[in-house]
Design a protein around this ligand. Structure first.
Ligand code: ADP
Ligand code: ADP
Length: 222
C-alpha cells in the first residue's frame, strides 16, 4: 500500500528531516511510528499525505507515485485516497457534525443522498449519530475524534493516516479511540499512525518503527 524508497527530505537551512528512508506498509497493515520530537515523524506523514514532496526518493501509495503528482492531482489524491486524523480534530466549528462528515463527499461531488446515507452509517458505527445535528464544540474530545475519524473515512480511502490521534484526550477517551482504530484495522483498514502513545501502538499496530534523526532505529513486529 505504501512504498517509500530512499527518501530524503531536507528543509532550507537544516540537516535532513528524513535521511534515506525505505519503508513498506502492506495492505491491511497498521504501522505505528514512534520517535522523539524532531525525529521526522510529521515529515513522513506529510510526504505520504501528499502535503509535501521528498527532496530525493519516491513515495508510492496504492500504486500512485505521490511525489510526481501535479498540484491538481495532489488535491484529489488528498481528498479521495487518504483520510487524515489529527491530534486536535481539525473539525469546522461552525458546521454541524453531519456537515463536517459530509464535506469530503461534497468536495468530491458524491450525490447528496448517497453521501448522507454513508455519513449517517459511519456516525452510527462510531457511536456519535446522536450528535449529528450538534456543533463540534458541544462534544467531548473523544466524541470529536470519532467524528473526525468518520470524516476521514467518508470517501473510503485505502489509507488512513493519524497524527497523535489520542494526544489530546483523557485516558478514557483515548482508550475508546484506540479500540475504534484497532477495530477498523481488524476490518482491513490500512493505517499509518504517528504517536507517542505506546499503548495505542501496541493496541493497533502489527509493526512499530522508531525514528531518530530521520532514520529507522528500531523495528518491532508482533
Ligand atoms: P517530528 O514530527 O518527529 O517531531 P518533524 O518531521 O516535524 O519531526 O521534524 C524533523 C526535522 O525537520 C526537525 O529538525 C524539524 O525542525 C525540521 N522541520 C520540520 N518541518 C520543517 C519546516 N517546515 N521547515 C524547516 N524545518 C523543518
Ligand atoms: P472527554 O474527556 O472525552 O473530552 P468530557 O469530560 O469533555 O469528555 O465530556 C463528557 C461529556 O460531557 C460528553 O458526553 C460530552 O458530550 C459532554 N459535554 C462536554 N462538553 C460539553 C458542552 N460544552 N456542552 C454540552 N455537553 C458537553
Amino acid at each position: 500500500m505504501i512504498e517509500i524508497r530512499a527518501v530524503t527530505k531536507t528543509y532550507d537551512g537544516g540537516g535532513p528531516a528524513l535521511a534515506g528512508l525505505t519503508l513498506d506498509v502492506r495492505e491491511g497493515e497498521a504501522l505505528a511510528v514512534l520517535g522523539p520530537s524532531g525525529s521526522g515523524k510529521s515529515t513522513l506523514l506529510n510526504l505520504v499525505a501528499g502535503l509535501d514532496r521528498p527532496t530525493e526518493g519516491t513515495v508510492t501509495v496504492a500504486g500512485t507515485r505521490v511525489d510526481e503528482l501535479s498540484e491538481t492531482a495532489l488535491a484529489r489524491y488528498r481528498r479521495e485516497r487518504v483520510g487524515m486524523v489529527f491530534q486536535f480534530f481539525n473539525l469546522l466549528d461552525d458546521l454541524t457534525v453531519l456537515d463536517n462528515v459530509l464535506l469530503p463527499a461534497q468536495l468530491s461531488r458524491v450525490p447528496r443522498r448517497a453521501a448522507r446515507d454513508r455519513a449517517e452509517e459511519l456516525l452510527g458505527k462510531l457511536g456519535v449519530l446522536g450528535h449529528a445535528r450538534a456543533f463540534p464544540g458541544r462534544l467531548s474530545g473523544g466524541e470529536r475524534q470519532r467524528v473526525a475519524v468518520a470524516r476521514a473515512l467518508m470517501n473510503r480511502p485505502p489509507l488512513l493516516l493519524a497524527d497523535e490521534p489520542t494526544g489530546a484526550l483523557d485516558s478514557a477517551s483515548a482508550a475508546g479511540v484506540r479500540d475504534l482504530l484497532a477495530e477498523l484495522n481488524a476490518e482491513g483498514q490500512t493505517m499509518l499512525l504517528v504517536t507517542h502513545d505506546t499503548v495505542l501502538a501496541e493496541a493497533c499496530a502489527s509493526r512499530t518503527i522508531e525514528l531518530a534523526d530521520g532514520r529507522v532505529t528500531r523495528m518491532v513486529t508482533r
